[in-house]
Design a protein around this ligand. Structure first.
Ligand code: GCW
Length: 680
């Protein structure tokens, strides 16, 4: 924890430098000038802090010398009293913030709280030093706020250094070895702490031969990363292969009920904790897309997850066990197999059988991070299990960081969704009571971190929504804009803010308009998943189909005539989705196969809606380009050039999507566009 306080001290110094003040630890003790910014740990205060008492050693950090010692003491004590009166405990990561009589105080029970309080001050900027700032207690809604890196240590022949990475190489690994860029990893840790992230998994969930050894012979590499992330209150997690006892331990089996296998995990885990006492735990993708798992031994996923949980339990570690289990070798002729059903079918029956330190990690939708999907029914089906909800910050299916696609509105919709109906708990509530939120990182060694500079907003927004899922996406974007582009003399803040909002606020819906329509999903190029290919997956084993023919399109997932998937939801959604009359337009083709002439609630037919939204999507991207041009002299030229280049690709690709999708449905249906536009 000492190192964490050092971090905060260093951050205070940076802030003081920037605002032209001074920063000192324990000012009263050192006889240094008092300050108008105080960061204090509650145990630094005497139990009945009276205004006359000076803020005591050992851990009081201050910056910018203007106030008197008494003013500092008074403000600190006032905040302590006010916070106590609120009756809310701060917890390990929470903090209280207030400004009183010219002194701004951040009060925390533990160093991590000070760190987050400091970043809150940075967010507030001058507002934190105005005439007054009322007492506010901040605590994260999600205790677990995690990023998963799909980074390979070795360059994978197909997936490269980072699976689904669109921002260059890995910041952790390079060509089989640790990259060793201490400054970069430290800067990353700082960036993540500023977003509120507190856990990182450092290797791909597809665990190949070299990566498997991070658990044993290559543990030093993980220790080094843990040492760099720890000062920013970030715990390291490791993706492990379920076959580890065989591939690393030389055992003949990885059967979760085998005693030698259990012993191997216990001993291996003990060695990890001997080196990394605050190690977060394991992350496992089992029996999925070729990864090994308990099915090979006739065991289920509770047996598998509990095996690792048992090994981690003595140290307080957790296992994040992914629910992304489905048959990727399905026969497209077989209409009864429905990939959307898979996670629920495998996991819901196991509810109640997982140990306390198992977190079942569920993708937010039943398929795979599409631009639009319903919320996964697993989220409402396992009341006796800790669930984490998984998002994809990396834009695999949402434009691969070549397209502007601000995802916070989408995540916000998901987090606010109430699976049991409007009066019931939300997805955010389930995650908050369970295993929190996890997302696949979008960061690489690119000079702008995320390839597309505007994609940084997604990383920031993910962290902020973990902290508080009720934040409005536009408000989060405002914070990001201010933190990213200001202060800069060239910038007209109002114009910049307005223009970025115009470009980004609705960019996810724009992306949706020119890609797969009405929730049907995919239609991307197989393999790399970029750009349109309407039938690309139609006759493949992957289970992602749209079933378009000359009469209609969509997947019948009803109980009445389809795969029965709607029955996995509790009421009211099981009914709402089942009926073609009450199914929301944007998910119609996810749940129903309908004729092209079917009338949507929005008043358009399905076919006309497809044509209209696709043309509209392209127009919106063209408008984004024009707006970005206005900012030419207002933002850093390198940032401007990079975004300009990406926007050119986005326009090209959006036109390609529009033309292919429209031509495809025109040819299938033979129905012309009501407005007579060219459909090719
Ligand atoms: O979306 C799919 C990706 C795979 C990924 C998998 C998963 C890491 O195409 O690249 O594998 O999801 O989530 O495990």
């Amino acid at each position: 924890e000492g190192t964490l306080v050092d971090t905060v001290q260093a951050e205070v110094e940076r802030a003081a430098d920037r605002y032209g003040g001074t920063a000192r630890r324990n000012p009263t003790e050192a006889g240094l000038p008092p300050a108008d910014l105080v960061l204090a740990l509650t145990d630094a205060l005497p139990p009945d802090s009276s205004p006359a008492t000076e803020p005591g050693p050992p851990e009081t950090l201050t910056a910018t010398a203007t106030a008197t010692t008494t003013a500092v003491a008074t403000a600190t004590a006032q905040l302590a009293t006010a916070t106590a009166q609120l009756g809310e405990s701060l917890g390990v990561e929470g903090f209280a913030l207030a400004r009183h009589a010219g002194v701004t105080v951040v009060l925390a029970d533990a160093p991590a709280g000070l760190l987050y309080g400091l970043f809150e001050l940075v967010r507030l900027g001058e507002a934190a030093f105005g005439p007054t700032h009322p007492v506010r207690v901040h605590r994260p809604v999600m205790a677990r706020r995690m990023l998963d890196h799909w980074d390979n240590v070795d360059v994978h022949p197909v997936m490269g250094q980072v699976e689904r990475g669109y921002a260059g190489g890995s910041i952790f690994w390079h060509d089989g070895r640790p990259r060793g860029d201490v400054a970069r990893v430290t800067a990353y840790a700082r960036l993540l702490a500023a977003c509120g992230i507190n856990a990182v998994s450092v290797n791909n969930v597809n665990v190949h031969a070299t990566e498997a050894r991070l658990l044993t012979e290559r543990l030093d590499d993980v220790v080094d990363l843990a040492d760099l992330l720890r000062p920013y209150a970030i715990r390291v997690h490791l993706a492990v292969t379920f076959a580890a006892p065989m591939v690393l331990g030389g055992l003949p089996t990885a059967d979760p009920l085998d005693q030698a296998v259990r012993d191997w995990w216990a001993e291996t885990t003990a060695r990890v904790y001997a080196r990394i006492p605050d190690f977060g735990g394991y992350l496992v993708k089992a029996d999925s897309e070729g990864q090994p798992g308990p099915f090979s031994y006739g065991r289920d996923h509770a047996d598998g997850a509990n095996l690792l949980a048992e090994a981690l339990a003595p140290y307080g570690g957790v296992v994040h066990w992914r629910a992304f289990v489905y048959n990727h070798r399905q026969d497209w002729r077989d209409r009864s197999t429905d990939r959307a059903r898979a996670a629920y079918d495998h996991f819901a029956p196991l509810d109640g059988r997982f140990r306390d330190n198992v977190i079942v990690q569920v993708k937010h939708g039943p398929i795979d991070f599409q631009t639009r999907e319903p919320v996964s029914p697993v989220i409402a089906a396992m009341p006796g299990t800790r669930l984490a909800v998984e998002f994809q910050v990396t834009q695999e299916y949402t434009g691969q960081q070549k397209h502007v696609c601000y995802l916070a509105p989408w995540w916000s919709e998901i987090l606010r969704f109430a699976p049991w109906g409007d009066d019931g708990r939300t997805v955010a509530d389930v995650a908050a009571d369970g295993g929190g939120l996890v997302a696949v990182s979008n960061v690489g060694d690119d000079e702008f971190w995320t390839g597309h500079p505007l994609a940084q907003a997604n990383l920031y927004a993910f962290g902020r929504l973990c902290w508080n899922p009720r934040l409005r996406p536009q408000e989060v974007l405002d914070e990001w804009i201010d933190l990213t582009f200001a202060p800069d003399a060239r910038v007209d803040p109002e114009l910049l803010r307005r223009t970025l909002h115009e470009i980004m606020d609705d960019s996810w819906r724009t992306y949706e308009r020119y890609t797969a329509p009405l929730g049907v999903g995919f239609m991307v190029r197989p393999g790399h998943h970029y750009g349109p290919d309407v039938d690309g997956y139609e006759y493949t084993p992957w289970g992602t189909y749209h079933f378009a023919d000359r009469d209609g399109v969509g997947v019948d997932r009803t109980r009445a005539t389809g795969t029965g998937f709607t029955g996995q939801y509790p009421p009211p959604w099981s009914e709402q989705y089942e009926s073609i009359d009450t199914c929301p337009d944007e998910l119609l083709l996810f749940f129903h196969h309908v004729p092209y002439g079917h009338l949507l609630h929005c008043g358009s037919t399905v076919i006309q809606h497809i044509y209209d939204t696709h043309f509209e999507g392209v127009r919106e991207v063209e408008a984004m380009c024009r707006r970005w041009e206005w900012l030419a002299r207002l933002v850093d030229p390198a940032v401007h050039a990079r975004v300009t280049e990406r926007l050119a690709e986005q326009v090209r690709c959006a036109r390609e999507w529009c033309d292919q999708v429209n031509a495809y449905f025109h040819r299938k249906s033979g129905i012309p566009d009501a407005h007579g536009r060219a459909l090719h």
